[in-house]
Design a protein around this ligand. Structure first.
Ligand SMILES: NC(=O)c1ccc[n+]([C@@H]2O[C@H](COP(=O)([O-])OP(=O)(O)OC[C@H]3O[C@@H](n4cnc5c(N)ncnc54)[C@H](OP(=O)(O)O)[C@@H]3O)[C@@H](O)[C@H]2O)c1
Length: 289
């Protein structure tokens, strides 16, 4: 049974691959992008199954209008994909206030606002799926990427909580956590802070030299076409997996980070228990919350 999808950030990378594959298999796509003309070739090939709207996701009013219009024009939307995003890199002292605000609004607030715009429609139609393209960077943290990680860890927390709120309405949530992948995300779309000499010899300077081509880039095992196919296959499953960790690097980094975190947590067990109140009933009440 063909599905209808709403996807943000479809002009390149994962969003573009997803749109291509969905149209090729006969689904309908409401594709939004800042540059909708990047989809002219797909419009020529797939005609009415591709609905397009120009959208900068940081404009919440336009975001709501695009969602409402898509549901109005297409009748129903089965899957909403929050994909648009980019990386802001550099030590946080090197970043301007405007750069920080834009990173947060694009990667975090816009995804929350997309959920707020779409969920009333999904509830009314009796269910659906929400797919959040997050990152393995929502499970681990590299230096010189603190703002990017703040948004991706933030959206993980948002969805882990919201997924439980939405389950009774038949709305499934999947957080996609790709590793480093061959899209425009690196040298193409990355935004850098203003270099400070204090950080030139550390991870920030090293990342800057990687992105400028002075140093070899990070290995990028992720194939965007395979990642798009894995996202589609996850939606074909009857129950939404809460997380899809994609890429050998993502798997290795996330398992190592989670093991380290669990070991550190367990090492602090006695300290954690030692700070409980003395009255057993109070403790039981707190744990029950
Ligand atoms: N590639 C990786 O290594 C990697 C790994 C983990 C997670 N991710 C995540 O994957 C998602 C997609 O990135 P990608 O790798 O496919 O990179 P990409 O090729 O640079 O694609 C990013 C897409 O997001 C769009 N976008 C950025 N800001 C936007 C805005 N304000 N409004 C609307 N669209 C906007 C871009 O549009 P324009 O063409 O107009 O700029 C582009 O279509 C991002 O959320 C990213 O954090 C990527």
């Amino acid at each position: 049974m063909p599905r209808t999808w709403f996807v943000t950030g479809t002009s390149s990378g994962f969003g573009r691959k997803l749109t291509e594959q969905l149209l090729n298999r006969g689904d309908r796509v409401a594709a939004t992008a800042r540059r909708v003309e990047a989809l002219d070739d797909l419009a020529a090939r797939h005609g009415h199954r591709l609905w397009r709207a120009p959208l900068d996701v940081t404009d919440t009013t336009a975001l709501r209008q695009a969602v409402d219009q898509a549901f109005a024009d297409l009748g129903r939307v089965d899957v909403v994909v929050s994909n648009a995003g980019y990386g802001l890199f550099g030590a946080f002292e090197e970043l301007s206030d405007a750069q920080i605000d834009r990173q947060i609004v694009t990667n975090l607030t816009a995804s929350i606002q997309l959920a707020r715009a779409a969920v009333p429609h999904l509830r009314r139609q009796g269910g659906g799926r929400f797919v959040q393209v997050a990152s393995v960077g929502g499970q681990i943290a590299f230096p010189a990427m603190s703002l990017y990680h703040a948004t991706k860890w933030g959206i993980e927390g948002f969805w882990e909580s919201a997924a439980a709120d939405l389950a009774p309405f038949g709305i499934g949530v999947t957080i996609v956590e790709p590793g480093v992948s061959r899209t425009n995300f690196g040298a193409g779309s990355a935004v850098l802070g203003a270099p400070m000499p204090e950080y030139a010899d550390g991870p920030s300077g090293q990342l800057r030299r990687m992105l400028s081509g002075e140093l070899p880039p990070l290995p990028a095992p992720g194939d965007p076409a395979k990642i798009a196919a894995a996202i589609i296959a996850s939606v074909d499953r009857p129950d939404a997996p809460l997380r899809l960790t994609l890429g050998s690097d993502a798997y290795a980094l996330a398992t190592a980070a989670l093991r380290d975190r669990l070991a550190a947590l367990e090492a602090g067990r006695d300290l954690a228990f030692s700070t409980d109140a003395d009255v057993a009933d109070d403790v039981a009440a707190t744990v029950a919350l």
